[in-house]
Design a protein around this ligand. Structure first.
Ligand code: AMP
Ligand code: ZN
Length: 115
């Protein structure tokens, strides 16, 4: 998609600190980390948000997202201590990038999730 910042990261038009990449997903460091580990896992297909998951094949990407999360959490040493996976959907959740993504946040004791 034109003008999508995450599509541009996927297409290497803008730089990012990539931690994992394969056919289906890319994962990179969040620009403004809220914890020692804060990585965004992003399907390589432009899907806007969770409500835009329509086609059966879209769920292939979600499966790959969670496989990537397990791999990264293990590599980052937080598979036992734990972590949070966050997906913001649309405005009330504060979604700022309209390309579905999952925050993997950990490496410290996290506070309550919802204010
Ligand atoms: P959300 O608010 O759930 O849409 O999350 C968007 C996230 O993308 C925020 O945590 C931003 O810090 C992050 N972000 C925005 N632009 C970039 C970028 N160019 N590289 C890495 N992370 C980014
Ligand atoms: Zn996109």
């Amino acid at each position: 998609m034109d003008n999508c910042i995450f599509c541009k990261i996927i297409n290497k038009e803008i730089p990012s600190k990539i931690v994992l990449e394969n056919e289906h997903v890319i994962a990179f460091e969040d620009l403004n980390p809220v914890a020692p580990v804060h990585i965004l896992i992003v399907p390589k297909k432009h899907i806007s948000d969770a409500m835009d998951l329509e086609e059966v094949t879209d769920y292939t990407y979600i499966k790959e997202v969670f496989k990537a999360i397990r791999k990264i959490a293990t590599e980052k040493g937080i598979s036992e201590s734990g972590f949070r996976i966050v997906n913001n959907c649309k405005s009330d959740a504060g979604q700022t990038v309209e390309h579905i993504h999952f925050h993997l946040i950990g490496g410290k004791q996290l506070g309550k999730m919802v204010d």
